[in-house]
Design a protein around this ligand. Structure first.
Ligand code: SP5
Ligand code: ZN
Length: 325
């Protein structure tokens, strides 16, 4: 498995977010990706730092899924953050967890470009799986809104590119429902969206992720949500995962994209289903065994800094069919 990242992600480093009226330390920290990079290095995986990959033409490409006004607003507003830590935008935003710093726009662009570059490499070399360590994450970003630490929808941009070549399935196993990804493909039948996540009655993003959201128009039947109670055990989680896998195999995609979040871990400070360290090994193993497609794994959430390395190692070990250490 090839692992791609960009060490430029560190420049996006807001200090605070706002929750229930309180100013709290920002959870989507640079250390998250640093821990996963370190774990991949220790495993001896092929690791490439694509720092500086950004090209000027890339904004044109983003316009296929995000509006011009939104992109321009992010650019302008990021540019206005001088002599202060961050700005919380007042438009094009759905929560108070998605601050803009001076470098946020360019780092978010680079994160999206990294995902698209990973998709290009997947297409070239059909057999090898790629793990792309995007930061900031993307699956909450919609056509015209940022939310949940996300600005541009990395996985959706990658999926849209690959869909030119054949059907694409997205499996989203972050703790949170990927409202942005769902919305972008809701009326399309060439990209299937399947998501396992905490019940939105009890968890962010609250407004979407319910099981009766099945897609619309041509996309009817190509959106599949599996909401889970927050106390879901590993056993029940894996059962739901098998259910998601059956839907994907029925669809027979040419490519599989996975939104991977480690915030399903029981001790995650933001999310937390009942999954243990070992569960990630099993998830990797099951995905490898039952989904035989060229696969792009895109990093989304996961906030337990001390555990992220171990969880990523377990997932990759299972996915690569290695022996657990
Ligand atoms: C990509 C991703 O995982 N985004 C998650 C966004 C979750 N936003 C909700 C943040 C709630 C903050 N809760 C703070 C709890 C402090 N104990
Ligand atoms: Zn999440």
């Amino acid at each position: 498995m090839l692992v791609l990242f960009s060490s430029d992600h560190k420049r996006h480093n807001p200090k605070f977010e706002y929750y229930n009226g309180a100013k709290i330390p920002y959870a989507e920290r640079p250390e998250r990706i640093e821990k996963i990079v370190e774990a991949c290095r220790e495993m001896g995986l092929e690791l490439k730092d694509l720092k500086g990959i950004r090209t000027n033409k890339f904004t044109d490409k983003i316009e296929v899924l995000h509006s011009k006004q939104y992109i321009e607003y992010l650019k302008q507003t990021s540019g206005q953050v001088k002599n202060k830590d961050h700005i919380i935008p007042s438009v094009f935003i759905k929560d108070t967890h998605t601050p803009l710093t001076e470098s946020t726009y360019s780092v978010a662009l680079e994160s999206a470009e990294l995902a698209v570059e990973a998709a290009r490499r997947l297409k070239l070399n059909n057999s090898q799986s790629i793990y792309v360590l995007c930061r900031p994450p993307g699956h909450h970003a919609e056509e015209e809104s940022m939310a949940g630490y996300c600005y541009f929808n990395n996985i959706a941009l990658a999926a849209n590119d690959l869909s030119i070549d054949g059907k694409v399935a997205i499996l989203d196993i972050d703790f949170h429902h990927g409202n942005g990804t769902q919305k972008m493909f809701y009326r399309r039948d060439d990209v299937l969206y399947v998501s396992l996540h905490a019940d939105p009655k009890a968890a962010f993003p609250y407004q979407s992720g319910f099981s009766d959201e099945l897609g619309e128009a041509k996309g009817a039947g190509f959106n599949y949500n599996i909401p889970l109670p927050v106390d879901t055990t590993p056993k029940l989680y894996l059962k739901a995962l098998n259910n998601a896998i059956d839907r994907i195999n029925e669809y027979k995609p040419k490519y599989l994209l996975i939104s991977l979040g480690f915030d399903t871990f029981v001790d995650d400070p933001i999310g937390g289903l009942g999954l243990t360290e070992k569960t990630y090994f099993k998830i990797g193993q099951i995905l490898n065994e039952h989904l035989k497609y060229p696969t792009l794994i895109v990093q989304e959430g996961g906030y337990n800094i001390d555990k992220l390395g171990e969880l990523a190692k377990n997932f990759v070990t299972g996915f690569e069919n290695r022996y657990p250490s």
